[in-house]
Design a protein. Structure first.
Length: 424
């Protein structure tokens, strides 16, 4: 008995009656009802498998695009015989190709970043970081010495001009300041500074190999010197010329002390900046030597995965912009013309199968394929065991009750079947 000629829909197609007699007709009706309602379908699951299939000659497949676009190529005509996989109609891909190029570049950059993280810091970069640390260390040592020198000059060369016995415990201001409390504080500060300079100088001498160890002490000492010079500046501003101190002499004292004060503050700021730069350089070298953390690598792997997914999605869209023959056969209808804007689901090409066979096709029971609203779909079991409606593109319809799946499924997927199957 010869099998009946039937319409086998691929991609998006109009409802047709498939092989299998009344049982299949009933099942299609059930499938349509399921799609129109929210009722969860039931049946037995079987796996999509790779197997040989012998197609029914005379079966017709109506083809339509799943995406919209402008038709730019129609390399076939009605009555032409074509092989499986032959291009029938193609849409403009220029925009997608440009998008794909950008996505491919993003993926390449993400993969390069991941490779760099997993490989660790390059020796050249380590050398750069080590040089930066050495330079920052030298700059810090110079800033420490400059801080001491400027503070010493501000006190011993400039401020001491207005003191008698400035370097011992009897240091006294030699100018008349009306504020006795301020005078007392200034003289106390000056006595304390002399001991401070002695310990500070010793600390710097001992820290020649490790300037960082003297930074905190030096900053504190600079602040003490700055406080002393601020008080002295105020005192000199309150002093009036008289006696042995004329107006020009007093002005010279005021200018000299203020200059020392400004130099001290500038040196303190420079020391803080040099210390910050040194710590940053050491931190950068430490990170470079340690390499990427597990979290850094995991995050970059996720970035690579995302870039790959984007590229795969674009490739799917590129494939969907070309209608190809699902099997060898003859073009029986062609409703496309160049420049046309193709809409999803609108049938453009029909092809009649010449039969034939494939040795390694992905197949499911024909009873698993539901056709409704111009689309073929199956129900696939998800991770929770629930049936999920999944669009598919079909190819050959076999003489043994199996249907070839061209896209939408993978081998091993569990699909619902509603009738008897001849293959597992």
């Amino acid at each position: 008995m010869h099998p009946r000629t039937t319409k086998v829909l691929t991609h998006l197609s109009k409802p047709h009656i498939s092989l299998g007699g009344a049982l299949i007709i009933a099942l299609v009706a059930v499938g349509i009802a399921w799609q129109a309602s929210s009722v969860t379908p039931s049946g037995q699951y079987t796996k999509a498998v790779n197997a040989s299939i012998t197609g029914v000659g005379g079966a017709t497949s109506d083809l339509s695009f799943q995406v919209s676009g402008q038709v730019v190529s129609i390399p076939v005509s009605i009555g032409q015989k074509v092989e499986a996989g032959a291009t029938l109609v193609a849409l403009d891909q220029s925009s997608l190709q440009a998008t794909r190029a950008g996505a491919a570049a993003n993926l390449e950059a993400a993969e390069a970043r991941l490779a760099a993280l997993t490989a660790g810091t390059r020796p050249e970069q380590l050398a750069i970081n080590q040089t930066a640390v050495a330079q920052a260390k030298n700059a810090l040592a110079s800033a420490l010495q400059s801080a001491y020198t400027n503070a010493d000059d501000a006190v011993h060369a400039k401020a001491d001009q207005v003191f008698t016995n400035p370097r011992n415990a009897t240091a006294q201001l030699s100018v008349l300041v009306p504020d006795a409390t301020l005078v007392s504080r200034i003289q106390t500060e000056r006595v304390a500074l002399e001991a401070m300079f002695a310990s500070w100088n010793a600390s710097l001498a001992a820290a020649t190999g490790d300037p960082e160890s003297s930074v905190a002490l030096s900053e504190d000492n600079m602040r003490s010197v700055a406080a002393f010079l601020n008080d002295l500046t105020v005192a000199l501003a309150e002093t009036q010329p008289g006696g042995s101190i004329g107006a020009s002499t007093l002005a010279g004292y005021q200018s000299s002390v203020n200059t020392g004060r400004l130099n001290t503050l500038a040196s303190l700021s420079g020391l803080i900046s040099a210390d910050t730069a040194y710590k940053a350089a050491v931190g950068a070298l430490t990170l470079a030597q340690a390499g990427a953390t597990a979290n850094d690598i995991a995050a970059q792997k996720a970035a690579v995965d995302a870039a790959q997914a984007t590229l795969r999605g674009i490739d799917v869209m590129l494939r969907q912009s070309v209608l190809t023959a699902p099997f060898a056969g003859t073009v029986t209808a062609l409703n496309a013309h160049l420049g046309q804007t193709a809409a999803p689901g609108v049938i453009l090409v029909s092809i009649e199968s010449s039969g034939g066979s494939k040795d390694n096709a992905l197949v499911v029971p024909t009873s698993s394929v539901i056709r409704s609203g111009g689309q073929a779909f199956v129900y696939v079991k998800d991770a929770k065991g629930a049936p999920i409606q999944t669009p598919v593109a079909t190819g050959l319809t076999g003489t043994d009750g199996m249907t070839e799946i061209l896209s939408g499924l993978a081998a091993g997927d569990d699909v619902l079947t509603f009738g008897t199957t001849n293959k597992q």
